[in-house]
Design a protein around this ligand. Structure first.
Ligand SMILES: *[C@@H]1O[C@H](CO)[C@@H](O)[C@H](O)[C@H]1NC(C)=O
Ligand SMILES: *[C@@H]1O[C@H](CO)[C@@H](O)[C@H](O)[C@H]1NC(C)=O
Length: 644
């Protein structure tokens, strides 16, 4: 790539990141020297292991009895209130026994009295260490991070990666057995920044960075030390999981270091939101853009030229052309607007698809404007649920309008099923997957109260809104097609060998998928390996490109279908465009085989379940896009010919 181009791309890629991500609603907290700064603990989550494999997808509560971590000194841990989206995406934030005081360095503090690990607990913890579980702590809303240096660049920048490991594994090459070391000492480095103020009576400070360097060391009680313990030892801590009677004693210690920093509060998230390889995104974007230009160009050329010729021919009064009239899409003008089979199901899917379409679009725009930054925990999930709920109106309206147009008469059933079918399927799968988590006692299981809240939102807000939308939809005048439908259906000639729906789907699904798959890779990473995803600018462009590609591919395939005098285009359009979802599921399976080596049955069920759910929603969404694009197309071409 020419250097000026890459320079420009780098500059562009940094643009949306620098300032757009701070929501006004999140107010900074000021501390004076010596103020207690609370440290909260979140659930432990798996990350990429050393061999770049993911070995689990389940989260575990920090205070799971098998971890044996020290509880807060003043009774059982308390829940920190969180948003709905935050809970749904797995956050379980609780208080902790750590005591941090602004500006006060303290070394080797004992967290609690030494604890004993039984064999059962040791096995559990060693297994989690092997699965590369990470601690997720929060100080003043900032996640505790590990500092990482970018490799292979001249001006090496350090940036933060959220979380730090529960322990480490050492492989013995000679014997081939692995030993797990538990990190029981934490060096906590907190960056703080002096707030400039004119009334400098009482200097105020803000937390602008948190780094934790964990280590495994056998600390000892020591009466001469400042906090009653000595952390000098270099010997690592190994939990004995071999012996049935073994009890390994472990002492948890921590040190706090406060570092004055130039970083201001407003830019404290920049280090966390580092773009690892912007060139990959740009490459994929350019790649998709080329696909789109190529495709739309092709559609324009093939279809528009053919259509012009067709329309000219159909509309010319030459009688000799009668012979030529024996073929082509004009012949099915009396059938093309004949309602398809199962109009009810089609209408409901289209309604839900429209609802999803607007939800996704609006969410991405919100994210792009900086309202859903990762600094605002859980806002993405919350906003998605709220938007889906509110757009129930659109779902009802579209479903009713389509159903009426397709001459459906069971309107009561349509009104009732629209807000129940697709959300019902999603909720049922979600509920069953949670049941699995619940029986595993994983903290990823969504609490019952949250479940009830979701049902309440669904039935108290979304369903009534959908009913109102349906009412408007059924009251709206019926849409009249440009050509009359004949009484007797026309016989469909034998279709060519490659004219089947399967071929169409396989071919048509590739292109929309190609336009999103790099972003999909990063989204999967953010879901399963919990990397922060914030490249909403790219996502926005990709979403646009996907819409255009889906439409173009479907229109092209419907044109060929009609030319083959097959007028069953409605479901065909939905399936052709929805084939993109097949590729998404296939991709999830490839990711499963190549990137994940999940130990437990539950992890696998969870992964496959959520992947299918994602595929189903993508199918409804892309299918709807394809259907409406073809509907506009079919309407346009039949409106432009004269029928005597
Ligand atoms: C490692 O393997 C050797 C030989 O297979 C065995 O004697 C030893 O006990 C093992 N060590 C651990 C810590 O499991
Ligand atoms: C606290 O520790 C940090 C990091 O080691 C050091 O830079 C800073 O000067 C220390 N502060 C005090 C008051 O000793």
């Amino acid at each position: 790539m020419p250097s000026f181009l890459s320079g420009a791309l780098t500059a562009l890629s940094l643009l949306p990141l620098s300032h757009a991500f701070y929501l006004p609603g999140v107010a900074p907290t000021d501390y004076t020297i010596g103020n207690k700064v609370p440290l909260y603990v979140n659930a432990l989550t798996p990350t990429l292991a050393e061999d770049q494999q993911v070995r689990s997808v389940m989260a575990w509560d920090y205070y799971h009895p098998n971890f044996n971590f020290c509880p807060p000194k003043d009774g059982p841990p308390k829940k920190i209130s969180e948003s709905l989206g935050s809970i749904l995406f797995g956050d379980r934030i609780l208080t902790s026994p750590f005591e941090l005081y602004m500006g006060k360095n303290e070394t080797c503090k004992m967290l609690c009295n030494p604890v004993e690990y039984s064999q059962h607990q040791a096995q559990f913890v060693n297994w989690r260490i092997w699965q590369s579980y990470n601690h997720n702590w929060l100080i003043d809303g900032l996640p505790a991070a590990q500092a990482v240096r970018e490799r292979g660049k001249k001006d090496q920048q350090t940036y933060y990666v959220q979380g730090f490991p529960l322990g480490s594994v050492e492989m013995d090459d000679a014997t081939g057995n692995a030993t797990a070391f538990l990190n029981n000492h934490y060096d906590i480095f907190v960056d703080f920044h002096l707030v400039k103020s004119r009334l400098a009576t009482d200097p105020k400070y803000r937390v602008v960075g948190v780094e934790v360097i964990p280590s495994s060391r056998q600390a000892k009680l020591d009466e001469n030390a400042a906090y009653g313990a000595s952390c000098q030892s270099d010997a690592p801590v190994v939990l004995n999981s071999e012996d049935t009677n073994a009890k390994t004693k472990v002492m948890f210690t921590y040190s706090v270091y406060w570092r004055e920093s130039d970083t201001v509060w407003a830019t404290r998230w920049d280090k966390y939101l580092h773009v690892y390889e912007p060139s990959i995104h740009w490459f994929s974007l350019v790649n998709s853009a080329i696909i789109v230009v190529f495709l739309t160009g092709m559609v324009a050329m093939v279809v528009v030229r053919a259509l012009k010729k067709d329309i000219q021919r159909y509309n010319s009064f030459d009688i000799e052309d009668d012979v030529q009239d024996d073929s082509g899409w004009k012949l099915v003008h009396g059938d093309v607007f004949r309602p398809p089979k199962n109009p009810m199901l089609l209408a409901i899917f289209l309604g839900s698809g429209a609802q999803l379409f607007f939800m996704t679009g609006t969410t991405i725009v919100f994210a792009l404007l900086g309202f859903l930054s990762p600094s605002n925990r859980g806002s993405l999930g919350t906003v998605m649920i709220l938007l889906y709920t509110v757009f129930g109106f659109i779902g009802g309206y579209v479903s009713a309008r389509v159903y009426k147009t397709l001459n459906g008469d069971a309107w009561k059933r349509n009104i009732l099923l629209t807000p129940l079918l697709v959300p019902g399927i999603v909720f049922t799968v979600f509920f069953l997957l949670n049941l699995f988590l619940f029986f595993e006692h994983s903290s990823g299981a969504v609490p019952l109260t949250t479940m009830l809240a979701l049902i309440a939102i669904w039935f108290i807000i979304s369903v009534p809104l959908s009913f109102v939308g349906s009412w408007f939809g059924f009251r709206a005048s019926k849409w009249t097609p440009p050509t009359k439908t004949n009484q007797i259906p026309r016989q469909i000639p034998r279709q060519g060998k490659w004219g089947g729906i399967g071929t169409g789907m396989v071919v048509a699904g590739v292109l929309p998928f190609a336009s999103i798959f790099v972003e999909l890779y990063f989204i999967m990473g953010s879901i399963w390996v919990r990397k922060v995803y914030y490249m909403f600018g790219f996502l926005f462009l990709c979403y646009g490109i996907m819409i255009i590609t889906c439409s173009a591919v479907t229109i092209l395939s419907i044109y060929f279908l009609l030319c083959a005098e097959n007028y069953h285009w409605q479901w065909r359009a939905f399936f052709t465009s929805g084939a993109c979802a097949l590729y998404i599921v296939a991709y999830a399976l490839v990711y499963w085989v190549s990137k994940l080596s999940l130990g437990g049955f539950t992890s696998n069920v969870l992964y496959l379940g959520y992947s299918c759910l994602m595929g189903f929603l993508a199918w409804v969404l892309t299918g709807t896009i394809g259907f409406f694009a073809s509907a506009v197309f079919v309407n346009k071409i039949y409106a432009s010919i004269k029928i005597e």
